[in-house]
Design a protein around this ligand. Structure first.
Ligand code: PLP
Length: 382
């Protein structure tokens, strides 16, 4: 199997599995217990907190563990709105992950005023549009760092400066950027930032919300006093420990040349496909993307047909399209970018990881090219 779907999830690293191992049976205590068993579990959780904090330049006490990126996004948005009930306006973008996008759509139905900032054909955001939309009623700005479908990176520092100028809390969904590009929450001036373990070779079902010093947030669950009263419930200790180890490894890799190697492989994959498939187009701003992602649209083809054919030949990739009642809708991200439907329907995302090898890319290339050419011939015949 050649796995090129790392924006969906990554393989758990061996070191992560090993780090988690003692926390199933030996160190099974409840981190809230005062006795020795509890304190050993507590030690595991606090060490993980330090590693996760270090990955984003935060203080460890500002990290709140959650069940993943989706919960971190929900806590950031709903928690901020609950803490500032007088304000009823939210600003986000039209290309967010559904964890933010669908929540904001729901909030709009519930009576909040929601502004979805638009992007251009390259998936780029104009910070001046954010400035124009902020008003006295704005409770929160929630904007992703890197897009999960295209990898396009938004100018968080610039956007953060605008939010600070207007005194509006700023939440960043960094699920797709963390571990791939360096993040320093202090330098960025971000108030809230979401992370997910399984995108950085950690376990599924673990994530975190960075909550900056001055943020006012209300817990969305009622229960115990865990996680600074912001996320009650006994911590998922093995998963949290695994997340910590994944963050430690991710930080090490950021200091190495690994991502340059991955970006070169991604560029090679993209270039060779576009050279050999005349109807292939790269979607998104090539100059400003995460190093592992390329979104290639095969004009007039259906992404699902390509993905199934690739899967049969051992290549795993994905698309942002949702298949509902037999009709294939292009993703809301590509729609918001104004990509022509004939192109958007054939968009396939290839996402590499630090585990991807040159040999895998060399093996995948002829499979991808021949599949696209064959399906195009069939569609012409059809
Ligand atoms: N935000 C972004 C940008 C994502 O890509 C994802 C997952 O694909 C999430 C949030 C949700 O994270 P999780 O799967 O940990 O809930």
């Amino acid at each position: 199997m050649i796995y090129l779907d790392n924006n969906s999830t990554t393989q758990t690293a061996t070191q992560v599995v090993e780090a988690m191992q003692p926390f199933w049976r030996e160190n099974f205590g409840n981190p809230s217990s005062l006795h020795r068993a509890g304190q050993m579990a507590r030690h595991g959780v606090e060490t993980a907190r330090e590693h996760v904090a270090a990955l984003i330049g935060a203080r460890s006490r500002d990290i709140v563990f959650t069940s993943g990126g989706t919960e971190a996004d929900n806590l950031a948005i709903l928690g901020t709105l609950a803490a500032n009930p007088a304000k009823r306006h939210i600003i986000t973008t039209a290309v967010e992950h559904v964890a933010v996008f669908s929540l904001c759509e729901r909030l709009a139905k519930e009576g909040y005023r929601v502004t979805f900032l638009s992007v251009d054909q390259q998936g780029r955001l104009d910070p001046a549009e954010l400035e124009r939309c902020i008003d006295d009623d704005t409770a929160l700005v929630s904007i992703m760092h890197a897009n999960n479908e295209t990898g396009v990176i938004f100018p968080i520092e610039e956007l953060s400066t605008i939010c600070q100028k207007h005194g509006v809390p700023f939440h960043v969904d960094a699920v797709q950027s963390a571990g791939k590009i360096s993040i320093d929450v202090q330098a960025l001036g971000v108030g809230l930032l979401s992370l997910s373990a399984h995108k950085i070779h950690g376990p599924k079902g673990a994530g975190a919300l960075y909550v900056g010093r001055r943020m006012r947030l209300r817990s969305q669950l009622t229960g115990g006093h865990q996680e600074r009263d912001l996320r009650p419930g006994t911590e998922n200790v093995p998963a949290v420990v695994g997340f910590g180890e994944a963050a430690r490894l991710a930080r090490q890799r950021l200091a190495s040349q690994e991502w340059l190697r991955v970006a070169a492989l991604r560029d090679r994959l993209e270039r060779r496909i576009c050279e050999q498939v005349p109807f292939a187009h790269v979607v998104g701003d090539r100059a400003n993307r995460t190093p592992n992602t390329t979104n290639i649209a095969f004009e007039t083809l259906e992404a699902e047909a390509i993905l199934i054919a690739l899967s049969e030949q051992g290549v795993c990739a994905s698309s942002g399209s949702a298949c509902s009642s037999g009709s294939l809708e292009p993703s809301h991200v590509l729609k918001a970018m104004g990509i022509d439907e004939r192109i958007a329907h054939g968009a396939v995302r290839f996402s590499l990881s630090v585990d991807t090898t040159t040999q895998e890319i060399e093996q995948a290339l002829p499979i991808i090219v021949s599949t696209a050419l064959r399906l195009a011939r069939l569609s012409v015949l059809g």
